[in-house]
Each structure stands twice: as structure tokens, then as C-alpha cells.
Design a protein around this ligand. Sequence first.
Ligand SMILES: [Zn+2]
Length: 201
Amino acid sequence: MSQPKQDSPLEIFPPVTGNIVLLSTRGHHPNSKDIYVLDAQGRRCAAGVNARYWTVGIDAGRCPTWECLVHAPFAAQVIKAENDVPDRIRLHGFKDRLAQRFRRPGDGDSVDEMSALIGNHLILQSDNGLTALLCHLRQGSLLTLPGKTVEAGEPIARIGNSGQSLTPHLHFHLTHEHGKDPAIPLPFRLREVRGRRSDAQ
Ligand SMILES: [Zn+2]
């Protein structure tokens, strides 16, 4: 992979395959994405399930994104891995937003501040410094370890709801160690992967 050109998006293997949507949630850099898997009707959550989410609450397993496979976006070495942060399994639209609003970093967590924010995560880096951050992974789902290498498209974990995540999704962004500003997320586009549905169980 050559040096990054900030204006030409890098083509990567989709970190999540199938029927997905990539959103730049409020507070995110435009190149920093939250990835959700959609159901057959193109919804992040079925209408009835969504109604329950806002009233009595639902289990994370009702979201099509829950436990979907995460793939390595390019050939890389695993730089960092966290696999032990508990997932938030019970979800409630109002209660969770209220709790998030008044929550201070580290509150009620036995994990460090970074893990409290991004949950279980992987940091991957290519030979020339292209770096991927993948967050909110399922506790205990990581299929690789720091120091190991992964191929583009290789399954590396499953999506969970760990860290500051209201509903199951994959937070994903790319940076480049040797880029103009190593902290600024880079634009990317997803390689077309034919004949693959979402990797939900
Ligand atoms: Zn995010």
C-alpha cells in the first residue's frame, strides 16, 4: 500500500459485509464511521422491536448488528487488542441516553478510561503505517492477538456493545502514522464483495 493521498479514498475490504449502513454520528469526524447491519427490510431494528426499545427495553440480540463478524480491512499486524470489557446486553432508549448524559469517564467501570469509552477493540497496522481502529466489539469474541498478522477479509472478531455504545455497532476509522496529520481519520471506500450476505449467525 502506497503513501496516503488525503483526497483519494483508500479502498479496503469491508470491515462488515452484507447489507450495512455507515453513519457519521454526531461528534464524529466525517471519515470516522459507525457501521450497522440492516435487516431484510433495510432497518437497523424492526418497528416493533424499536417501540419496545423506547418503552420497556430490549436485549442487544434483537438488533441485526449484534454478533456480526468483523473482517480485517487490509493485511496488517495486530498492534493492540482488548477482549475483556463486558457488553451492555440490556438496552433502553431513554434510560441509556440519560445515563450517558450524566456519566463521567470511568464511572462504574473496572476497566481503564480508554476501554470504558471504546470497549473491546482492535488496532491494526499495515507495513507502511496505515492504521485501523475497530471498537465496541463483543466481549471474548476476538479471533486474533497483538503481534499476530491478519489478511484482508480475515474474520477477526464479532460486533458487540461494549464501551460507550447505545446499541450494537462497529466504530471504524483509518489513520496513517506517516500521514500529514496522523490523528485525522482518512477517507476510505469499501471494496465490493460479491455474493456475501451479512455474516450474522
Ligand atoms: Zn463511533
